[in-house]
Design a protein around this ligand. Structure first.
Ligand code: FRU
Length: 492
């Protein structure tokens, strides 16, 4: 394994294993990020809630673990956080504005839901002594509560993965929960359901309209095998989720490595964005990647939206605007308006393993236009647009890692059509061991781990089968946010 593969700006645990992001919540000026964490080994097990904090969604500071395994109730599995600003739970003795309640699964057996509370701006958490708050009703996989406050009924709502269903529970105080309804989001369910999220969003191109997004994950059941994230669009009335007529479940991400995303709670009233972060990995090979001192990374924070097009409502995602803070300076490549024909365009002067790339092109007569990244003599990752098939793609067949290539198909495609002016816009967040690719305002998104065997960092713009018109290509090197000191030892 190439020791330089540790992500430069994607979040990794101080050391060892990380999987799902948990309990994303904004408290005052701080964004809190918790995550499934094994502090002692680079593989899953002995799960804690790791914890980090940020004021800009780009730079994170590690804090001591928030939750540890409990002798009686088990490990703290995935869950969410809320700020109980109305004091409904009576759990906080200090200021309600910083009363942070974590609602999460204790691994059991059987799996049950528990709460923990902090009234010191999410620095220290204590378990509620009467846990669990929701016992197991006889369902083996009963986990990953996402809680939010539903204003019209003034009730807390818990969305939970419960076997082959998503279950909804309601509570007035976060401590006692009543079952409200169940929803079967996929029929049949190809694996176990995990990590649901539910939120309402304005429809970007339909003034006044809103829709609810129910996101859930399945393992297996991913687009290429392994694990994957799905969503359905509909309405939630405080009791029940109803799917929009004619809606079919969509893919959240067309790459292989986007899982267990969860969105921030308690965003300020003047910030209407819904921002989520996912685990950039796949259960098919997560334990096999052996990346040494770090094991598992999170995606960049992304803003989620709903748009309407001819065949219904769709989820779109784009990088959170704050990420421009990662740019090390002005663009080092800034090309405008030029034809690109056979042989492509040499970008010899640029190389990089951490960069933001923005490509705007008219495909013209070219069958395919692509950007090669992390290129060396032997390896390359290709990201491009295939005009004949009308797909945005990532091809990691030569990216250098046998485990990835041997476990799942290596070419990943997302349907994408040129916009009304005939252009395709591709935004890429490249890091040492991953690519996150956004096509046309996030209509098509692909997230893929790449684990190169060498330090190849070349870039090249390629065309095949004709002439494309490059409207612009800009590349910004991105800074590393990993502290210079090794993060190998961090106090628990
Ligand atoms: C999803 C998941 C959750 C569970 C957690 C355990 O990746 O399997 O369902 O709570 O990870 O670490």
């Amino acid at each position: 394994m190439n020791v330089n593969a540790r992500p430069a700006y994607h979040f990794t645990a101080p050391a060892n294993w990380l999987n799902d992001p948990n309990g994303l919540v904004k408290v005052g000026d701080e964004y809190h990020l918790f995550y499934q964490y094994n502090p002692s080994q680079p593989v899953w097990g002995f799960i804690h809630w790791g914890h980090a904090v940020s004021t800009d969604l780009a730079h994170w500071t590690d804090l001591p673990v928030a939750l540890a395994p409990d002798a009686a109730l088990g490990m703290p599995f995935s869950g969410s956080a809320v700020v109980d600003s109305g004091g409904t739970s009576g759990l906080c003795t200090e200021s309600a504005a910083s009363c942070v309640v974590l609602v999460f699964t204790h691994s059991g057996a059987p799996q049950v839901q528990s709460v923990a509370v902090s009234d010191d701006r999410a620095r220290r958490f204590r378990l509620y002594p009467s846990n669990p708050v929701l016992p197991n009703p006889g369902v083996t996989d009963f986990r990953d509560p996402k809680v939010f406050f539903f204003e019209p009924t003034r009730q807390w709502i818990m969305v939970l993965a419960a076997g082959t269903r998503i279950s909804f529970y309601g509570s007035g105080d976060l401590k006692t929960w009543q079952h409200l309804s169940d929803c079967v989001p996929l029929d049949p369910v190809p694996g176990v359901l995990e990590v649901p999220d539910l939120f309402e969003l304005p429809v970007v191109n339909e003034p006044g309209a809103t829709r609810w997004v129910l996101k859930f994950d399945t393992n297996p059941g991913g687009r290429y095998g392994g694990s994957g994230a799905r969503y359905i669009i509909g309405h939630f009335d405080g009791r029940r989720f109803t799917v929009d007529p004619g809606t079919v479940p969509g893919w959240v991400d067309y790459g292989a490595d986007f899982y267990a995303a969860t969105s921030f709670a308690n965003m300020p009233a003047d910030d209407k964005r819904r921002i989520w972060i996912g685990w950039m990995n796949n259960w098919a090979y997560a334990a096999l990647l052996s990346t040494g001192p770090w094991s598992g990374a999170l995606t960049i924070p992304r803003e989620v939206g709903v748009v309407r097009d001819t065949d219904g409502y769709h989820l779109v995602q784009r990088p959170a605007a704050e990420l421009t803070a990662l740019r090390a300076g002005p663009a080092t490549v800034d090309l405008r308006d030029q034809p690109v024909s056979a042989g492509g365009l040499s970008l010899e002067s640029v190389s990089g393993d951490a960069a933001e790339l923005s490509l705007v092109l008219e495909p013209g007569t070219a069958g395919e236009v692509s950007l090669s990244v992390r290129q060396s003599e032997k390896q390359v990752t290709k990201i491009g647009y295939d005009q004949a098939r009308q797909v945005l793609f990532v091809d990691r067949s030569l990216s250098g890692n046998d485990v990835l290539r041997d476990t799942l198909p290596a070419r990943h495609e997302a349907p994408l059509h040129p916009d009304a002016s005939g252009t395709i816009t591709i935004t890429i967040f490249l890091d040492r061991s991953s690519v996150e690719v956004f096509g046309n305002d996030g209509q098509a998104v692909l997230t893929d781990i790449i684990l190169t065997a060498d330090d190849g960092a070349g870039m090249h713009l390629n065309t095949a089968g004709g002439v494309a018109h490059l409207r612009s290509l800009r590349i910004w090197p991105l800074r590393s946010t990993v502290p210079a000191t090794a993060r190998a030892a961090f106090p628990l």
